[in-house]
Design a protein around this ligand. Structure first.
Ligand code: PEP
Ligand code: MG
Length: 528
């Protein structure tokens, strides 16, 4: 029996899987060339058509997140800018497969060279599109993935993920990958365990494996003892999940009876479709930068998106954050290329530099406000002046809307506390309506460890005393000055961090919808 191989990566979607390994990177079936360029061209066009039809069929059964990705792929495949260079290369004598591969590889290389996580993640979409057409050319449909297998390889494309039947279990173990990719988002929403950043997995691995996507590890060819302890962790995890579900509909209380408000974080207005408003205390963070994804949304599009969420929440609060573009969230036509984007023109800095875009969002928010219990907050605030300028813009736009007789309302205006300058000297912000601690960024800036860099992930802990001390002092400042303080970073949904956050004085957390039940369960275990 081979010795067990253990590797450590980063959890991208929590859960456990035990099963055979399946190599995602096995070479595809070879393409048989045609006699003439005309036939090669016909064959490539037919393969693109076949790939589009397969995607259209998948859209019909996909949920809204998945359908969005598939429609993006269809649009790319139908775009002449992508296929044109391949057609030209066939005309100059290349075979259909070589021409397509060459054209797509050139595009992919451009995205991969980007120093921004978002663009590198889009390279995976292009790789997927490339391989779908190559598979259609050779008629090599989806390779049979054994039920319950753990798929391992460099990365996995979203469409490949969607073609797999996950009902029998299974998981994903990636050498590279990113927790911010589309496929990681899909894995989290479908509950498929996934670990990324495992580094150099030896090629041609086979055999049984144990994937622990709660702690981010994989063991290949495990010993009987490892199997037994893995199964214990798995059943403890399953029991925790089962118990947690019973907390979903109840208000969150600690052992001592302290009430903790638990709200949800969302990104798209459709995110609320699957959530029962009775299970949460409102929306603690709506990230609007994803609405700004590929094209800048106009005032009407934004107004409708905000109004939908406000109407869903009824009387409960909805905290919408003005666009936090930049950093790892570039928006074409808005953000700029920078050497060090996390420390650059990001969040409120960018909005204040592009008032044409910011004013559109402000108007949409002011018009949406009468439709519910809206609160608005500004991201990446570092100085009081940024808050004051932003609040003044709200007042100006409100006056202009009122002068035109348009229905509007001024919402309470608060700030994210995610830049250390604010957490260290909050007294400059005594006039804001509320604070929301962004522990993702606060941690990366306090620890000088980029949040998207697997190499420094060990430093990136909200539980470091320096980060916790800052959080505690912001909570105390809020209490003493009557300013509500919540936390909307990922730590709020992490059962391991919840006790220390509550001990630090927080009584208001906002978590990913999939973490609502486990967060409430973890709160019930806290002593204070
Ligand atoms: C944070 O920084 O904790 C936060 C909630 O904002 P984002 O993750 O969108 O940067
Ligand atoms: Mg942030």
């Amino acid at each position: 029996m081979p010795a067990p191989l253990r590797l450590q990566g980063i959890p991208a979607s929590v859960g456990y899987a035990e099963g055979p390994l399946f190599d995602l990177d096995r070479p595809p079936v070879a393409y048989a060339g045609k006699a003439s360029s005309a036939e090669e061209l016909k064959s490539l066009k037919a393969a693109i058509g076949k790939a589009v039809s397969r995607l259209v069929a998948m859209v019909e059964t996909a949920d809204s997140d998945a359908a969005g990705i598939l429609e993006f792929h269809i649009a790319m495949l139908e775009d002449d800018a992508l296929s044109g260079p391949a057609f030209a290369s066939i005309a100059s004598g290349h075979s259909a497969d070589a021409a397509w591969r060459q054209a797509l590889d050139a595009e992919i290389a451009g995205y991969e060279a980007s120093d921004q996580d978002y663009f590198r993640a889009r390279a995976t979409d292009l790789l997927d599109i490339r391989d779908q057409v190559l598979r259609a050319l050779t008629d090599d449909g989806e390779h049979a993935v054994p039920a319950g297998a753990i798929l391992y390889g460099e990365d996995i494309a979203p469409t490949r993920f969607l073609q797999i039947d996950w009902s029998a279990g299974g998981g994903i173990a990636l050498k590279a990958g990113s927790t911010a990719s589309h496929v990681a988002m899909l894995a989290r929403s479908r509950g498929v365990p996934m670990v990324v950043g495992l580094g150099a997995l030896p090629a041609g691995l086979a055999g049984p494996a144990l994937l622990d996507a709660e702690h981010g590890s994989i063991v290949v060819d495990p010993s009987p003892m490892e199997i037994a302890s893995f199964r214990e962790s798995l059943s403890a995890f399953a029991a925790r999940q089962g118990d947690a579900r019973s907390f979903l509909t109840r208000p969150a209380l600690t052992k001592a009876g302290t009430a903790v408000r638990v709200q949800v974080n969302i990104a798209y207005p459709t995110d609320v479709d699957g959530i029962d408003i009775a299970t949460c205390d409102g929306v603690g963070l709506m990230r609007t930068e994803f609405l700004f994804g590929k094209t800048l949304p106009d005032e009407e599009t934004q107004y409708r998106a905000y109004r939908k969420v406000l109407e869903w929440a009824g009387e409960k609060p909805v905290t919408i954050r003005t666009v936090d573009a930049g950093g790892d969230k570039p928006v074409p036509g808005f953000t700029i290329q920078e050497g060090n984007p996390f420390l650059g023109l990001r969040g409120i800095r960018l909005s204040l530099a592009r008032l044409d875009i910011f004013r559109v969002q402000i108007r949409a928010l002011l018009r949406a406000a009468p439709h519910g219990n809206l609160k608005v907050m500004f991201p990446m605030i570092a100085t009081a002046e940024e808050y004051e300028r932003s609040a003044a813009l709200f007042a100006e736009e409100q006056a202009a809307l009122a002068a035109r007789g348009i229905m509007q309302k001024m919402p309470p205006l608060g700030i994210m506390v995610e830049v250390p300058s604010v957490a260290i000297a909050p007294e400059a912000f005594a006039g804001v309506a509320f604070f929301s601690i962004g522990s993702n960024d606060l941690t990366q800036y306090v620890m000088a460890a980029a949040r998207d860099n697997a190499g420094v992930a060990h430093l990136n802990s909200v539980r470091h005393p320096a980060v916790l001390r800052l959080i505690g002092s912001v909570a105390a400042f809020g209490r003493e000055n009557g300013i509500p303080v919540s936390l909307c970073g990922d730590a709020g949904g992490d059962p391991a961090s919840i006790p220390v956050l509550i001990e630090a004085g927080l009584r208001d957390l906002s978590v990913a919808p999939a973490q609502l039940a486990t967060a409430k369960a973890a709160i019930s275990d806290v002593a204070v």
